[in-house]
Write a protein that binds this ligand. Structure first.
Ligand SMILES: *Cc1c(COP(=O)(O)O)cnc(C)c1O
Length: 394
C-alpha cells in the first residue's frame, strides 16, 4: 500500500504527481529544442513568481546554500561591509558565508524568537557605510518572519543593497521584489517552490547586477561565478543552447511544471492560502496549550510553525508517535533551544486536508505521551480558523 504519511517538515515537502513524473521521464539532451523551450519558460516564470519584472534569474544545480553562495560570491568584494539582520541559524550561516568572501560583517541580533527592530537596524546602518544587507525572510530555525518590505525600504535610504534569503518563503510568504526594492532574492526547489531538492534559484535585480559588473576582483568561486552562467541563462531564455556545466535536465523540467502550477493558482491567492494555513496551525497549537518560539503573532511565519513541547513531553517521545499517526515533523534546529520545540512545515502543496491530518496526528501523539487535553481541541481551532479565512484551499 502507498505510504500515506505526510511529510510536513520545513522542506522537503510533499510534491505533486505531475512534478514527480517529470523527474522520472526519459532524460533529454540539455541542448535539445524541447528542453531549451522548457528551460526558457522556467526562467521567465521564475521572474513572475519572484514578482520581478527586470531581474536576472539563475537556476543552478545545488541546494539553497548554493543560492546563498551565489549571492555572496558574486556580490561581495573583499573589504565590503555587510549587515546581517539576524533572526537565527540561517542568518548566522549567511554572515559566515559573506566573511568567507572577504566581507566585514556586522550582525544585528535579537533574542531567540524575536527579530531586530527597524530602529536597531537603522542605528547599525548609521554606524558605518555598508554595501549589502542580508535578511532571512523566514528563519527556519525559529519560524520568525522578517518585515522585508520595511527593511528593504530602510536599506534603500542608506544606499545599501538588500539580499533576501527566501529559502523558506518564496512562493509562500508575500515577497515582492520590484515593489519592495529587493535587490536579490533566493530560494531552493524543495521548499514552497514544491520541487524535490537539487536546485538553487536566485533572481538578481538591476542594482545587484550593476555591483557585480563593476567588480574589480574576480569572483573567488569558479562554479558560482555569474560570469560563467550569465551567457548560458540568457541563451536559454532567448531559446538558444549554451553550455557551462550540464544543467539538471529532469529537475528543470519538474521546476517548469511546478512554476506553471504556482502561477495558475496566482501569487496573491497563494499568499492568502499560506496565511490561512499558518494561522490555522498556530490557532491549533495555542488551543492545545502549546507555546511557540516566535514571541508574537506578528513575527510568526506563515510557511511553518515552531511549537514548544508542553511540560513533561520531549521530542524523543512525541515525534515518533506523531509519525506513527501519519505526519512527519522536524525537531528543533536553533542550538540555544534545540530540545525545547519542534517544527511543522505547511508550505507549497499543503492544503486544508493536510493541515487537519497533521494537527490530528499531533493530538494523537500528545495523547500517547500522556498529555492531558480535550481531544479535538486543536483540530476544531484549525477548522474554525480556516473557515473564517474564506480562502480557496483546494
Ligand atoms: C532550508 C534553508 C536554507 C538552506 O537550504 P539547503 O537547501 O538546505 O541548503 C537556507 N535558508 C533558509 C531560510 C532555509 O530555510
Amino acid at each position: 500500500m502507498k505510504d500515506r504519511s505526510l511529510l510536513m517538515i520545513p522542506g522537503p515537502i510533499e510534491f505533486e504527481p505531475e512534478v514527480l513524473a517529470a523527474l522520472g521521464a526519459p532524460t533529454n539532451s540539455h541542448v535539445a529544442p524541447e528542453f531549451i523551450e522548457e528551460f526558457g519558460q522556467a526562467l521567465e516564470r521564475l521572474r513572475d513568481v519572484f514578482l520581478s519584472s527586470d531581474g536576472q534569474p539563475f537556476v543552478i544545480a545545488g541546494s539553497g546554500t548554493l543560492a546563498m553562495d551565489l549571492a555572496g560570491a558574486n556580490l561581495i568584494e573583499p573589504g565590503d561591509r555587510a549587515l546581517v539582520v539576524n533572526t537565527g541559524y540561517f542568518s548566522d550561516r549567511f554572515g559566515e558565508l559573506l566573511e568567507r568572501y572577504g566581507a566585514v560583517v556586522t550582525h544585528v541580533r535579537a533574542p531567540v524568537g524575536a527579530r531586530p527592530t527597524l530602529d536597531e537596524v537603522e542605528d547599525a546602518l548609521k554606524g558605518a557605510v555598508y554595501q549589502v544587507m542580508t535578511v532571512t525572510h523566514v528563519d527556519t530555525s525559529t519560524g520568525v518572519v522578517a518585515d522585508v518590505e520595511e527593511l528593504a525600504a530602510l536599506a534603500r535610504r542608506y544606499g545599501v543593497l538588500t539580499v533576501v534569503d527566501g529559502v523558506c518563503s518564496v512562493a509562500g510568504e508575500a515577497l515582492r521584489m520590484d515593489e519592495w526594492g529587493v535587490d536579490i532574492a533566493l530560494t531552493a526547489s524543495q521548499k514552497a517552490i514544491s520541487v524535490p531538492p537539487g536546485l538553487a534559484l536566485l533572481v538578481a535585480g538591476p542594482r545587484a547586477m550593476e555591483k557585480f559588473r563593476r567588480r574589480k576582483s574576480p569572483v573567488a568561486n569558479y562554479y558560482a561565478d555569474w560570469t560563467n552562467w550569465l551567457p548560458i541563462l540568457q541563451a536559454y531564455e532567448a531559446r538558444k543552447a549554451g553550455y557551462f556545466g550540464t544543467p539538471p535536465v529532469n529537475l528543470i523540467c519538474a521546476l517548469n511544471v511546478s512554476l506553471k502550477h504556482i502561477l495558475t493558482e496566482g501569487m496573491e491567492a497563494r499568499f492568502r492560502r499560506h496565511r490561512a494555513l499558518g494561522s490555522a496551525c498556530k490557532a491549533a497549537m495555542a488551543a492545545l496549550g502549546l507555546g511557540q518560539v516566535p514571541v508574537s503573532a506578528e513575527c510568526a511565519a506563515n510557511t511553518m510553525t515552531a511549537p514548544r513541547y508542553p511540560a513533561g513531553v520531549s521530542g524523543n517521545d512525541l515525534l515518533p508517535r506523531v509519525k506513527a499517526a501519519g505526519a512527519i515533523l522536524a525537531g528543533g534546529l536553533h542550538p540555544a533551544i534545540r530540545a525545547e520545540y519542534f517544527r511543522i512545515g505547511h508550505m507549497g502543496t499543503a492544503n486544508a486536508g493536510d493541515l487537519l491530518a497533521t494537527v490530528n496526528a499531533i493530538e494523537a501523539g500528545l495523547a500517547a505521551c500522556g498529555y492531558a487535553f480535550e481531544p479535538g481541541t486543536g483540530v476544531t481551532a484549525a477548522v474554525r480558523t480556516l473557515a473564517l479565512a474564506q480562502v480557496d484551499l483546494r
